[in-house]
Write a protein that binds this ligand. Structure first.
Ligand code: PHE
Ligand code: ZN
Length: 879
């Protein structure tokens, strides 16, 4: 039995709007449950639309207050119909007209955190994708672009800070009252999803930025009082982002002010509203005592991401939500490039690819697989996915690799010039690059329309007599929901051939593209001729194509590449591949009577990496990190037993420890140089290495191991080392673990953002008692089901960060998630739906767990009155 389906929106059914809105005058009176929004919209018929179409405005849960007016005259009740979800005027005036309407809102009762709501008392908004219709009736679609003037009025004591998009125009007191107002004007036409408004009592961090043409922009970051000293890093990241976009893309900021507001209740990471970004405070607040290196780099990336949206998303927006990757994939690509420039490029690439494989490849291999540009959706909120974002970014990177950096920059310039001020499509975007490069990109566009991760099989052969090295390539894209058969894709494979002592060979290949092979047929054969000796091939360097690559490299070539490849990514990849193979063999051995594989080659490779003292510690940390449980599950693909995967990893760590203990300890001790904490790449690399080494040093999981981790925990003078130690210690059943957890909780009591780490660590403990622990933690005074960050840390941490316990064979882990999804759905459907991501690979589980997962999914499906968000995902999961 499947829940009823809301009807699908289809890309093929796109129609231009029948009406346009050029300008909006808003007057927002913030007054608790008596909040009112007056909107005066300048409307006109779209000459490209249907001539006699009625005016249909979108609404969601709205209540009209007072009469509707057209051009200053009240509209008779018989001339329109109004419901919670729409407002219809069958016969509006033919010429341009002004529509005035007032809606009544109760922001504190808005638990969906979409539209106008309150977070710790602050009034704030979230409109992407369809939240503006929860504020007023509107043509709430991204191809309707209007300028806005917004007057906000509020009690001065309750909300001394009043912000909206654009530039400030005026402000003042309201005579004879305790109230005040501010007026903001945004001269750039924008879609309603970029609207924002904030009213509250907030502390402000101020700075300024001089743009490339010499204009001064006032920068403001608003946070809860007492937290200003945690906003400095975000401000620094903002200024670096603004400079970088000028230098790398020629993009200058365009308003007089740029404001960021941090709120503690937010469904996503952050939002790029024009001139007024609203952030989940997780991506703003950081101090050495509260935030980890990962938090700092997350802040840097998200600040950059939202800022970069000003050009890729705001100045040029999306025609419709099918084009979401037009802004998101491109902007993720831009923020990844920024991070690569700010930190270490290879380390950034490795961690991006790790993330891509762990989340997007998983998504692409299961029931939620969809193209980077989907063709239909039932609930757009469910398409803010790793596929749209991260695979979307990979597609841009492949495009750049394919046409070259110079043509890519030309194409970007053309895109900015041609589509500034417009709501664009993927076709228009791609057209800029085919013009700039002179290359036909029709087949390349399959990356946007075909779901699934392509597999490329590579076979090499050597003809000693003729001195010819041959590479045979074969590609296939697996079937995905709704797409049974696939066409061959354009796959750009960066490569290099190495000669005997590790020197790169410069020989033309038969396809003649320099050190790039562009695979565009199902099969292909490339020859290199006139070679004195069989070369060693390094393929898909830097992960130039987002594919699953299967090679037949002999062991000797792998060892060679691990030592000599001048692409750090591929040096890391060879070791990962080899380790993955050994771990998968161990998994099979653990589940059968087969003997355990020989891990001597792994030990040797790890020893070599450890001995390489000139290596960047951040890179060494990546080299020494085993493939994750999720990675292995994906590689195994079917009949997955998470316990066996967990045990295989632990056993390998134990053999590494047995063989390399002295080296590991020596290296570990060398990382603890007493230096003041600086959240830069070098320090972060050293600390990442320290925790990876600590994890290996404690692989026996005995009392002595617990002491080693505990020692780092108590002596840590920064949150990275402290949480690193606590994460390791959490995996060890010990009294010390509970002591450390208690100490952490009392030290950070009341600080939800810091306790999120504490919740997540405990949720990930691979022990049978964890489910009960999680249930107990839900009663903790700092936990709240209404705060998305808390829910994601504790419940999401359990479902997505604890493979062995979430998938318990007795089904209790699944059942726990199902109950919480149903309960949360009544409050906040988006957050509830996100949790269901944990089911993205349920069919790959072994039969007992799979049956339990299905039971839980069916239970959700049958629980009645589900939101469109949860309904859509559950029914897709079960299809
Ligand atoms: N557009 C935001 C971003 O990626 C994400 C977001 C989507 C935020 C929907 C809120 C709601 O930058
Ligand atoms: Zn974005």
């Amino acid at each position: 039995m499947r829940p009823e389906q809301p009807s699908a929106v289809k890309l093929s059914e796109y129609r231009v709007p029948d009406f346009l809105i050029d300008h909006v005058e808003m007057d927002v009176v913030l007054d608790g449950p008596a909040t009112r929004v007056s909107a005066r919209m300048s409307l006109r018929r779209n000459l490209q639309g249907r001539p006699d179409a009625p005016l249909i405005l979108d609404g969601d849960d709205l209540r009209l207050s007072g009469p509707l007016e057209i051009d200053g005259r009240a509209l008779p009740l018989s001339d329109y119909s109004v419901a919670a979800q729409s407002l219809v005027i069958p016969a509006p005036p033919e010429g341009p007209f002004e529509l005035h309407l007032v809606t009544a809102l109760d922001p504190a009762a808005n638990t969906k955190l979409m539209g106008l709501y309150r977070s710790s008392g602050t009034y704030c908004t979230q409109c992407e994708a369809e939240g503006f219709r929860r504020i007023t009736y509107f043509l709430d679609r991204p191809d309707v672009l209007a300028t806005y003037r917004v007057r906000i009025e509020a009690d001065r004591a309750e909300a001394p800070i009043l912000l909206s998009n654009g530039n400030p125009e005026s402000a003042g007191s309201i005579e004879g009252t305790d109230r005040h107002f501010a007026v903001w004007h945004d001269p750039f036409p924008k879609p309603s999803y970029l609207f924002a408004l904030v009213g509250g009592d907030l502390a402000q961090l101020k700075d300024s930025f001089r743009t490339m043409s010499g204009r001064d922009v006032e920068l403001g970051i608003y946070v809860e009082h007492g937290k200003q000293d945690r906003a400095g890093y975000a401000m620094d990241a903002l200024k670096r982002s603004m400079r970088w976009d000028e230098e790398k893309f020629g993009r200058e900021y365009d308003l007089d002010v740029f404001n960021i507001v941090a709120v503690s209740d937010f469904n996503m990471g952050a939002m790029e509203n024009k001139g007024l970004n609203v952030f989940n405070d997780k991506y703003v607040l950081a101090s050495s005592d509260t935030a980890t290196d990962a938090d700092y780099s997350g802040i840097e990336a998200v600040i950059a991401h939202e800022y970069f949206h000003n050009w890729t998303g705001n100045r040029i927006t999306c025609r419709d939500w099918f084009q979401l990757c037009l802004k998101e994939g491109l902007t993720v690509f831009r923020d990844q490039e920024f991070t690569a420039d700010m930190r270490s490029r290879p380390v950034e690439r490795i961690s991006d690819v790790r993330g891509l494989r762990a989340v997007q490849f998983m998504e692409d291999a299961g029931p939620f697989a969809h193209p980077v540009r989907p063709e239909s959706y039932r609930e757009i909120n469910n398409f803010y996915t790793a596929t749209v974002y991260e695979k979307g970014a990979e597609v841009i990177r492949m495009l750049k690799t394919l046409i070259g950096a110079e043509s890519f920059r030309k194409g970007m310039d053309l895109y900015f010039e041609r589509h500034d001020g417009q709501a664009a499509t993927i076709e228009q975007f791609i057209a800029c690059f085919s013009e700039a490069s002179g290359r036909n990109l029709d087949q390349f566009r399959l990356w946007y329309s075909q779901a699934g991760t392509p597999t490329v099989r590579a076979k090499t052969s050597w003809d000693e007599a003729g001195g010819t090295f041959t590479l045979e390539l074969e590609q296939a894209v697996p079937p995905t929901p709704g797409q049974d058969t696939k066409k061959p894709m354009v796959i750009p494979l960066a490569y290099r051939l190495f000669g005997e002592n590790g020197t790169p060979l410069s020989v033309e290949n038969s396809s003649g593209d320099g050190e790039l092979i562009v695979l565009s047929d199902a099969h292909s054969r490339i020859d290199w001729k006139g070679l004195p000796k069989r070369p060693v091939l390094s393929l898909n360097r830097g992960f130039s194509a987002a594919i699953n690559l299967q090679t037949d490299l002999p062991e000797a070539d792998r060892l060679f590449l691990a030592r000599h490849d001048d692409d750090a990514f591929n040096r890391w990849q060879v070791l990962q591949t080899a380790t993955t193979e050994v771990l998968i063999k161990s998994v099979h051995a653990l589940r059968s009577t087969e003997p355990m594989p020989d891990d001597a080659p792994q030990i040797e490779a790890f020893a070599a990496a450890l001995a390489h003292t000139a290596l960047d510690p951040a890179l060494l940390a990546q080299l020494l990190t085993l493939p994750s449980e999720a990675d292995l599950a994906r590689e195994i693909g079917r009949d997955v037993d998470p316990d066996a995967i967990y045990n295989a990893r632990l056993r390998l760590k134990q053999s590494l420890l047995a063989a390399l203990e002295d080296d590991l300890r020596a290296r570990y001790e060398a990382t603890s140089v007493p230096a003041p904490y600086v959240p830069d790449a070098a320090g972060a690399g050293r600390r990442a290495l320290r925790t990876v080494l600590l994890d290996l040093l404690t692989a026996r999981r005995d009392e002595r191991s617990a002491h080693i981790a505990y020692a780092q925990f108590v002596s840590a003078d920064n949150q990275t080392d402290r949480i690193g130690a606590l994460a390791v210690l959490s995996q060890i059943e010990s009294r010390l673990r509970e002591d450390a957890l208690d100490a952490f909780a009392s030290r950070f009591a009341g600080d939800g953002l810091v306790l999120d780490k504490w919740f997540a660590l405990q949720a990930s403990i691979p022990e049978a008692g964890t489910l009960e622990r999680v249930q107990r933690l839900m009663q903790h005074p700092d936990f709240s089901l209404s705060n998305p960050n808390r829910v994601r840390s504790l419940i999401g941490g359990f479902a997505s960060g604890n493979p062995t316990q979430f998938t318990r064979p007795d089904g209790q882990g699944f059942a726990f998630l199902a109950d919480n999804v149903v309960q949360l759905d009544r409050m906040n459907p988006q957050v509830a739906a996100r949790l269901l991501g944990a089911f993205r690979t349920w069919r790959a589980l072994e039969p007992v767990r799979r049956a339990e997962a299905e039971k839980a999914l069916r239970k959700i499906a049958e629980s009645g009155s589900l939101s469109a968000d949860v309904n859509d995902l559950v029914s897709r999961a079960l299809t």
